[in-house]
Design a protein around this ligand. Sequence first.
Ligand code: BYC
Length: 472
Amino acid sequence: MSATDYLERIPNNVSLKDNRRLLRALEEWQPKFLEWWRDMGPHGYQAKDVYLRTAVSVDTQGWAQFGYLRMPEYRWGIFLAEPEPNRAIAFGDHKGQPAWQEVPGEYRGTLRRLIVTQGDTEPASVEQQRHLGQTCPSLYDLRNLFQVNVEEGRHLWAMVYLLDAYFGRDGREESEALLQRRSGDRDKPRILGAFNERTPDWLSFFMFSFFTDRDGKYQLASLAESGFDPLARTCRFMLTEEAHHMFVGETGVGRIVQRTCELMREHRTEDVRAHGGIDLPTIQKYVNFHFSVSLDLFGSEISTNAANFYTLGLKGRFEETKKDDDHRLKDATYPVADLDGERVAMREQPALVSLNERLRDDYVTDCARGVARWNQVIARAGIDVELTLPHRAFHRAIGCFSDVRVSPEGRVISQAEWDARRDDWLPTKADEAYVGSLMQPVTERGKFANWIAAPARGINGQAMDFEYVRLG
Ligand code: BYC
């Protein structure tokens, strides 16, 4: 393929055409990406026209162009947010120095590790979701799934751009490895726990988009503060797309809750399974699972890695520049949840090593806002039930609570009590089988599966019965 064709296929604002070395690296990587997309991207539908938005530039006109295209022809572009003139590093030991336009040699390994960890989640989520198209509840939802998938693909390109442009040969090797690991593979798993879990049904997908994509929001926002300017600008632009993914999750769960409430009222029963709905206790169990697995993604409560990332100026706090303190945190403390014998207690810890927990706190507050909106749907239906977030120590695999059993209310319990109650708190095989049994594809225009309500409005002002995916 000639360089000119290739450039037309990669919208970018990084002057790709003037950087022959980078162009060559991406030219070598692109066929491998497309092979991965064919093998591990959405199963089926690759030859169908999908109503997708494509980013072709970072300004308000260009970042969301809608039109029909086949997914393998999506133009996975490379975009960085516009540079901030004279940007200075906002935190850590280098605070006040000009932001780095090249990788500082001594931080190379650490920075590469952060970029690889971020990059690894993007293809992982596409792999996790690859079978969902077969069981879509509507054409609208099918289109949203594919939108999320192609954009996660673009986010992979964003990290590969950084690796190829700034990390030389080892960056190129990491770019290859990003296409070789596989979600859930015993020998070559994805790096972070939640990205090796299954996403077998649409309830899981919406929960994942709400809870796990929201970890993405907080991690990207922290990396958007980075002293390494290309990383900061890349993540800023990724955040604009991430918002839609969380919208898909929040409205998806909200629409399921709404339909459940409709069925409860119509049939005057809590047992909506008899009427093909997903009962609120099952929804609660899925909340418990996805919230706890996503909390693990923030790492240990006390982390010298996190302290180093900050002190070196590589990864900041959420909204770092809006915070009113010294942005060095050497003498500051932060309250961190910890195990105190049989209790969970709060303890003041040095702020630097507590940065994972601080970001987790920001995340929990944000999750709680979304859950409150679902509860409004339930309250409006006149039903006296509330969904809740389980305690942060519940069902954890990373950090200080990973060795103990804790109830959703935050009580440390025995293994015997856990074994007796686990099925009340987390989805069981039977719950998964029931939810799975509902996953029958609905592909008629304007129609929705019985277990989910229609959305409030269509995509990009289109009607509800718009042909979001052309199946003919
Ligand atoms: N699973 O000091 P620790 C997204 C490892 S999501 C497995 O506790 P640290 C998206 C850790 O790597 C956002 N391993 O934690 C969402 C370390 O290993 P090494 C993704 C884990 O380093 C949906 C060791 O345990 N972005 O974008 O302070 C769809 C001790 O680590 C886990 C990022 O994560 C786990 N859950 O922080 C698509 C940002 N947790 O290095 C996309 C970049 C920890 O000793 N990553 N470990 O071998 C980071 O900032 C940090 O790596 C972490 C961990 C916050 C993940």
